[in-house]
Design a binder for this molecule. Structure first.
Ligand SMILES: NC(=O)c1ccc[n+]([C@@H]2O[C@H](COP(=O)([O-])OP(=O)(O)OC[C@H]3O[C@@H](n4cnc5c(N)ncnc54)[C@H](OP(=O)(O)O)[C@@H]3O)[C@@H](O)[C@H]2O)c1
Length: 287
């Protein structure tokens, strides 16, 4: 039995949809913390397990009888404790293979800006490796779907104003990552491997503005903002403090080149070229 955590979320739902093309529903389970969100899944014959990353006892119960566990990273305040609870519970009940969605990182930088994300990425990966379970790690690039969050939905009118410098970051669509993850879980030959699931090439926001200009026929500018001015502008636009914090963290990481990593792993796992960023931008901002 395969269990996907975060089953009600964007990535988890998409992984399950892709698994269903290769594996009978009766061999797939989803972890939900809210049973109301599980209804459409149980109607398809998917096993529903209830659990919360913050409650290890409940996770142990939920993971009973699972052979392959996909741990989708938590975005909570204490992701490391959440992940440790899930990893410890998996080990306790004898899960044979744990899969984990980490982050695609260029570690060849000085003065890392990762802050708390270092725990969600690097510390968790090390904890999984030390657990002794067979593992597969997906170092996911930034979701292309984060771009509207960075640039705003009216980017064609407003231009891009971000403190991301001229550094490049690797992006891939969440759908492509989910398909690749499902392909790996449904097949053999991935024991103790780490894949960088990112599309090639990487792009800077100057280049993203250039693509949007080309697609729209309008000049879309990119302004490399000062971090304080950027935060003040978001505050003046009534953006909530949590989003301001997260956007500032991610743009600082991008500016420090930590999301700039090249790999053809995603293409290999998909058996086709991943969706290119121009196509994603066209479908998102010009449809
Ligand atoms: N690579 C990137 O660009 C990027 C960007 C953003 C996030 N991420 C990471 O990737 C993960 C998956 O992305 P996504 O788009 O699928 O996120 P999402 O749509 O927000 O889904 C998160 C899932 O995690 C579940 N969850 C949250 N807290 C939990 C807890 N304490 N116990 C059990 N389940 C919990 C949520 O359940 P509920 O439905 O009950 O809330 C939901 O199913 C995120 O959690 C985050 O760590 C990556």
């Amino acid at each position: 039995m395969i269990l996907v955590t975060g089953a009600s979320g964007n990535l988890g739902t998409s992984v399950i949809e892709n698994l269903l093309k290769q594996v009978p529903a009766s061999e797939i389970a989803g972890l939900f913390r809210n049973p109301d969100k599980a209804k459409t899944f149980s109607e398809q014959g998917i096993n529903v397990r209830i659990g919360d990353y913050e409650n290890k006892a409940l996770l142990t119960k939920a993971f009973y009888g699972i052979d392959k566990l996909l741990l989708i990273s938590s975005s909570g305040n204490d992701a490391l404790t959440a992940h440790k609870n899930a990893i410890d519970a998996a080990k306790e009940v004898g899960v044979k293979h744990i899969y984990y969605t980490s982050g695609a990182l260029n570690t060849n930088v000085s003065h890392s800006q990762l802050g708390p994300l270092a725990d969600a990425y690097l510390t968790t990966e090390n904890y999984i490796k030390a657990s002794g379970m067979t593992y597969t790690i997906f170092q996911n690039a930034l979701y292309a779907e984060t771009i509207p969050f960075f640039v705003g939905e009216k980017v064609l009118e407003t231009g891009i104003y971000l403190p991301a410098g001229n550094s490049k970051a690797s992006f891939a669509t969440r759908g492509d990552m989910a398909e690749a993850i499902a392909n790996v879980i449904a097949s053999d030959g991935h024991d103790n491997k780490t894949y960088v699931t990112s599309a090639l090439p990487s792009y800077s926001f100057t280049e993203i503005a250039g693509i949007l200009s080309e697609l729209s026929g309008k000049k879309v500018s990119y302004t490399n903002a000062e971090p304080n001015d950027y935060e003040n502008r978001l505050r003046a636009a009534n953006v909530d403090e949590e989003s301001i914090w997260y956007l500032s963290l991610l743009t600082a990481i991008i500016k420090n080149n930590e999301y700039d990593i090249a790999s053809s792993d995603l293409e290999q796992l998909l058996g086709r070229k991943p969706t290119d960023l121009k196509t994603y931008l066209k479908e998102t901002f010009l449809a």
